[in-house]
Design a protein around this ligand. Structure first.
Ligand code: BYC
Ligand code: FE
Ligand code: FE
Length: 476
């Protein structure tokens, strides 16, 4: 068990004090991070006491640490999961060799890019969610939003630590740049598509934490397999935090659906749920379509020489590489997938290594469906015949094989004109956005109260009641 140091400026279990140069560099980055947080973090709540979990170590006690804290005073720390003794590379061309404690020169640029890409998503999501507190549906949800936000901040710290400790001056420059880019900014956007999309209402927030944070889970699982051991150890700990983010999404969407089902019954099933101040199922479906498709793009191209290279050199594996796969070189194997050939949908056998993005996406799709099934059971239990579905993975894509062509949600190829004409049936249109805005104009700051469109959670956080004062709202 690595020991934890909490009494320094930067809590850590990496013995930061023993490397004065590194410690100084990170302590210099820290004020820039705080400036960024004050500027781009949750708007309007920086002075309030929020009942948050703070990671103070990597064992089960170390991160069951709850208490009131003002967000700018949150103790963002650097925590690596415990070292696995004699850990060996588990896949690719270097399989069986000892993992790397340092970055091999030949992989320096690639690893730096992977770490920067991962790091960039973390502050991006905080920026996307910046205004949501002002329209929160309950104090319970407000607290969950902030918990997610501070932990994404910590995930940025996790990547910045790697950049500072292993990539010299280049790494320090990248760490600065991570605080310069801005989600949605046309001059200096965030790196990946979904992280430049607006997330302006709470239905989007719940979908984002269900679908987009789940991409995070799978990318982190793939990086947890990495031969670069510090990357593996840091992502392994990040995954424990990620579970809560996806919980917020899954239960959030689930509570919307539960409330909608109640209102549908009140409205007499054929009635208009919107008139009763609820979110109708077709609207929920559109937001599923939107955030699922945006998140599918985050896995990269279906056929990718980059992905083959990452796998071959041991930088990025498959999710649960050891447990889920019997063979770990992925050589002399093919993977059958849909591709576009001369403007038509075709099936093709692709060398397995080149299909690694798609293999990871497969695991993700299965995991996404689980939540859908659960949400549909809520509808079933309420006696409602409608069901929610995941659209085809070809629908509304911007990367890879299907990025340049258009498909219906059931996966039929259509023209761009047809897509443009029917887009508003499948994806949120302006009227849907305005409707949600009209539902969510006022925040609910009274502990225990819920906005009309949302059912209460089954229970509070960490044995606290649902009406606990999770955020002590400072009226001043
Ligand atoms: N948007 O060979 P290709 C999270 C680029 S989320 C824009 O198809 P490759 C979180 C790509 O960079 C997890 N550009 O794919 C969640 C490449 O550029 P170059 C984030 C894209 O290289 C919620 C070109 O297109 N973690 O943690 O295998 C809240 C062709 O690339 C996109 C990671 O992503 C896109 N969607 O890249 C908070 C892990 N997709 O080389 C946090 C690190 C691809 O032609 N990143 N491109 O200039 C990676 O593993 C990989 O870079 C990718 C796939 C997943 C992005
Ligand atoms: Fe994260
Ligand atoms: Fe997350």
């Amino acid at each position: 068990m690595s020991s934890v140091v909490n009494d320094t400026k930067i809590p850590n279990n990496v013995d930061l004090a023993s490397d004065k140069k590194l410690q100084r560099a990170l302590e210099q980055w820290q004020p820039s991070f705080i400036d960024w947080w004050l500027q781009m973090g949750p708007e309007g709540f920086q002075k309030d006491d929020v009942w948050l979990r703070t990671a103070v170590g990597v064992d089960s006690e170390g991160w069951a640490n709850f208490g009131y804290v003002k967000m700018p005073d949150y103790r963002w720390g650097i925590f690596l999961a415990d070292e696995v003794k004699d850990r060996k590379i588990g896949f690719g061309d270097e399989m069986g060799k000892a993992v790397w404690k340092e970055v091999p020169g030949e992989h320096r640029n690639t690893l730096r890019r992977l770490i920067v890409t991962q790091g960039d998503t973390e502050p991006a999501s905080v920026e996307q969610q910046r205004l949501l507190g002002l329209t929160c549906p309950s104090v319970y949800d407000l607290r969950n939003l902030f918990q997610v936000n501070v932990e994404e901040g910590r995930h940025l710290w996790a990547m910045v630590y790697l950049l500072h400790s292993h990539f010299g001056r280049d790494g320090r420059e990248e760490a600065e740049a991570l605080l310069q880019r801005r989600s949605g900014d046309s001059d200096k956007p965030r790196i990946l598509g979904a992280f430049n999309e607006p997330c302006t209402n709470w239905l989007s927030f719940f979908m984002f934490t269900y679908f987009t944070d789940r991409d995070g889970k799978y990318q982190l699982l793939a990086l947890a397999e990495s031969a670069f051991d510090p990357l593996s150890r840091t992502t392994r700990f990040m995954l424990t935090e990620e579970a809560h983010h996806m919980f917020v999404g899954e239960t959030g969407v689930g509570r919307v659906i539960e409330r909608t089902a109640q209102l549908m019954k009140e409205a007499g099933l054929s009635g208009d749920v919107r008139k009763l101040g609820g979110i109708d199922l077709p609207t929920i479906q559109k937001y599923i379509n939107l955030w699922y498709s945006l998140s599918l793009d985050l896995f990269g191209g279906e056929v990718s020489s980059n992905a083959a290279q990452f796998f071959a050199s041991g930088l990025k594996g498959r999710a649960h590489e050891e447990k889920e796969f019997a063979e770990h070189t992925a050589l002399n194997q093919t993977y059958k997938m849909n591709v576009m050939r001369e403007g038509k949908l075709a099936e093709e056998e692709v060398p397995l290594r080149n299909a690694m993005n798609e293999v990871l996406r497969d695991s993700y799709v299965v995991d996404c469906q689980r939540g859908l099934n659960k949400w549909n059971r809520t509808l079933e239990a309420a006696g409602i015949a409608d069901r929610l579905t995941l659209p085809s993975r070809r629908f509304h894509r911007h990367q890879g094989q299907f990025g340049e062509v258009c498909f219906t949600p059931d996966g039929s190829l259509i023209t761009k004109d047809e897509f443009a004409a029917r887009r508003g049936e499948w994806l949120p249109n302006e009227a849907d956005e305005l409707f949600l805005q009209s539902l969510m104009t006022k925040p609910v700051y009274e502990p225990g109260k819920m906005a009309n469109w949302l059912a209460p959670p089954a229970r509070g956080i960490k044995e606290k009641p649902i009406d606990y004062e999770y955020v002590r709202y400072d009226q001043a």
